[in-house]
Design a protein around this ligand. Structure first.
Ligand code: URA
Length: 430
């Protein structure tokens, strides 16, 4: 292992055999974390060539079991986001696409770093379980059309171990490491097509459009080579998506979207990604847009969500009565210190403050408080006067609130000049 670390450190290429050996031995606990960390840092600094990335991804994919969903009669399409703040898109998206007749076997992640996690948000629904065993997984895909679950012990164990290590060693924002991590998990789902939401901006792992485009192209190429048609949509993550940042509050906002309401940026991104998913099964843009709007307007998508919640042990009563979701008892309102236009509402600063509020997780072992969170009340392009509310904080204890507020007001810039309007969707790579 030392020789391999030194080779990578010095910019040499690792052989496919060496890569397969590294992934196998690391998964079997025969390479210690400190050596793997050193290798990951060398990869972050020097990259992986295409000739290295292919066997690296392949070895991760086969580090454990893969799903066999060949018995599922409907086409199987999933979506994966590279991670953001207020990114609750999967929660309304998966039931909408299932209501349009496509099976969505969605395996999601937890909050890590400043980004939130779909599994933590779903677990804020009383009773909801994200552990679905492989047999139930198939049945539920046939009957409900959607499963929203966590990675099992046996699915891509190399990524489970490596992701935690990367999070603790500053080695997450590497294009080949993100590409292989995302694609090994998605290829293990036995999909007919995949849509990637590649985030760009302050709250994303890729801060520049150039890096995000390279990441998107890399993942689309891995999908193509594996026979899983993949499209990547590049989307803006400079400010949180929607108004809610937290867990239970993001579920409530997702239900609003399923009811045909919710914030415009969330509704627009959900529709764009749903259309992209339906295009994977051969629908035209017009057909797909029509199906998606009908699924929401008719209530069919909301019915699928209710069924999903029920089958996975949750209380579907939350749909009509959001008070059944946990809600922290106390509120604090952060206010603008001057008049002007909001020109910045920084997703990373808000995401980090959410971690300090205990809506997110600083280490893998941290427990999340599902009831706390922010409601963002002023976003980029909004005109505010001094004293205008910028964010409402739902909190449990004064100490935690104080910690969360440190730096939070620095998330906003209020200027004299009105900013140019921006779009959430920045491009498509296919
Ligand atoms: N999401 C993943 O699944 N893996 C990464 O490395 C980054 C985001």
């Amino acid at each position: 292992m030392v020789e391999l670390i030194v080779s990578k450190r010095d910019g040499l290429e690792l052989s496919a055999d060496a890569i397969r050996w590294i992934i196998r031995e690391y998964t079997a606990d025969r390479i210690p974390d400190y050596q793997m960390s050193a290798l990951l840092m060398a990869i972050l600094l020097n990259g992986l060539t295409d000739e290295e990335l292919a066997p690296w991804t392949e070895a991760m994919l086969h580090s454990g079991e893969t799903l066999d969903l060949s018995d599922v009669s409907k086409p199987k399409i999933d979506k994966h986001s590279t991670g953001g703040v207020g990114d609750k898109i999967s929660i309304p998206l998966a039931p909408i696409v299932a209501a349009c007749g496509v099976a969505v076997p969605m395996i999601s992640g937890r909050a890590l770093g400043h980004t939130g996690g779909t599994l933590d948000k779903l677990e804020s629904i009383p009773g909801f379980s994200v552990m679905v065993d492989p047999e139930e997984f198939k049945d539920q895909l046939d009957t409900v059309g959607v499963v929203m679950a966590g990675q099992t012990e046996t699915l891509v164990p190399a990524d489970r171990r490596m992701y935690g290590l990367r999070d603790a060693t500053g080695t997450v924002p590497s294009i080949p490491l993100i590409a292989s991590s995302v694609m090994s998990k998605k290829l293990a789902e036995d999909l007919d097509g995949l849509v990637l939401d590649v985030k760009v901006g302050s709250g994303a792992f890729m801060r520049s459009l150039e890096d995000a485009t390279t990441l998107a192209e890399t993942m689309v190429e891995i999908g193509r080579a594996a026979g899983t048609p993949t499209v990547a949509i590049l989307t803006r993550m400079d400010q949180p998506l929607g108004a809610m940042v937290g867990n239970a509050n993001e579920i409530a906002e997702s239900i609003d979207v399923l009811k045909g309401g919710g914030p415009d940026d969330v509704a627009q991104l959900v529709e764009t990604l749903a259309v992209a998913m339906l295009k994977r099964v051969g629908q035209s843009t017009d057909e797909a847009t029509h199906s998606v709007r009908k699924a929401v307007a008719s209530g069919a998508a909301l019915d699928v969500f209710a069924e999903l919640v029920k089958v996975q042990g949750g209380d579907p009563g939350i749909i009509d009565n959001p008070n059944l979701l946990p809600h922290a008892p106390r509120e604090y309102v952060l206010k603008a210190r001057r008049d002007g236009w909001v020109t910045r509402c920084d997703a990373r600063v808000i995401g980090n403050a959410a971690v300090r509020l205990r809506a997110g997780r600083a280490t893998k072992e941290d427990a999340i408080d599902p009831s706390v969170g922010f409601e963002i009340l002023a976003k980029v392009g909004q005109r505010v006067t001094e004293g205008h509310p910028l964010a409402r904080v739902a909190f449990e204890s004064e100490t935690v609130l104080e910690r969360a507020l440190q730096g939070l007001s620095g998330a906003w810039t209020i200027s004299d000049d009105e900013p140019e309007p921006t779009d959430v969707i920045l491009g498509v790579v296919e």
